[in-house]
Design a protein around this ligand. Structure first.
Ligand SMILES: CC(C)(COP(=O)(O)OP(=O)(O)OC[C@H]1O[C@@H](n2cnc3c(N)ncnc32)[C@H](O)[C@@H]1OP(=O)(O)O)[C@@H](O)C(=O)NCCC(=O)NCCS
Length: 200
């Protein structure tokens, strides 16, 4: 089994993929998919692509979020994550979407602790991102890891820009993205919201 990604080493460095990943052979059915990640406070999660079978776990994660987290992620209030939306979020079109989840396999059933995704606009040669880390798992490097993965994924796709909308009051996200080199611009007809982007 591969050693876990240790975020205390990973945070401010981009690690090139292992040769075993670049030239990966199909995995045996019994092998767990994805990579192990060790958070800055020593907890272990599995990083993998989202799957259609993640619907219930995604809805359970939504139920653990605060109203503020939900507003910061979806830019409006929502009281639940409807089935149709959860299914749509888990059944992605890999041609124009990527979505990574960080899964806690130490509990039963396994729980999704963080999600990062991009949606590609082929005409604009860019992708819109979103990221969400549930509160008990914040500030241990997961947001940074997911954002770095999304940036790498956009580069792999040959895109020229990754961007997202962020509420101006969302200091953690603005701070994180500034660390990653994103710049921001105000949106005239959306007071309280900023668009942040990184040229690739
Ligand atoms: C914003 C969010 C993704 C950050 O994730 P995270 O896993 O806590 O971030 P990390 O642990 O990787 O922290 C990376 C950096 O983010 C910034 N950051 C994270 N939390 C912060 C906080 N509460 N206050 C200030 N800066 C913060 C810092 O720059 C931090 O670096 P530091 O630890 O050296 O100060 C997470 O809080 C979240 O999911 N919020 C709700 C949804 C959301 O806002 N999504 C963004 C819009 S799509």
């Amino acid at each position: 089994m591969n050693a876990a990604i240790d975020l205390s080493n990973y945070r401010h460095a981009v690690i090139p993929p292992r040769s075993t990943e670049r030239f990966a052979r199909p995995q045996l059915a019994s092998q767990p998919k994805g990579e192990l990640v060790r958070t800055l406070d020593g907890r272990e999660l599995r990083l993998r692509d989202i799957e259609p079978g993640d619907v219930a776990a995604l809805q359970r994660q939504f139920a653990r979020l605060s109203p503020q987290d939900i507003r910061r992620r979806f830019l409006h209030s929502m009281s639940e994550l409807p089935d149709s939306m959860a299914q749509r979020l888990c059944r992605i079109d890999p041609a124009i979407e990527s979505a990574f989840v960080l899964v806690d396999e130490t509990v039963k059933p396994a729980e999704i602790r963080a999600v990062g995704r991009i949606y590609v606009d082929e005409a604009a040669d860019s992708a819109e991102f979103s990221v969400l880390v549930e509160p008990d798992w914040a500030r241990v490097g997961l947001g940074h890891l997911l954002m770095q993965r999304l940036v790498d994924d956009c580069r792999r796709r040959g895109l020229h820009e990754i961007w997202g909308y962020v509420l101006l009051e969302n200091r953690p996200m603005l701070h994180l993205c500034k660390d990653l080199g994103f710049t921001r611009r105000l949106i005239p007809d959306e007071p309280g919201t900023t668009q942040i982007s990184l040229q690739l």
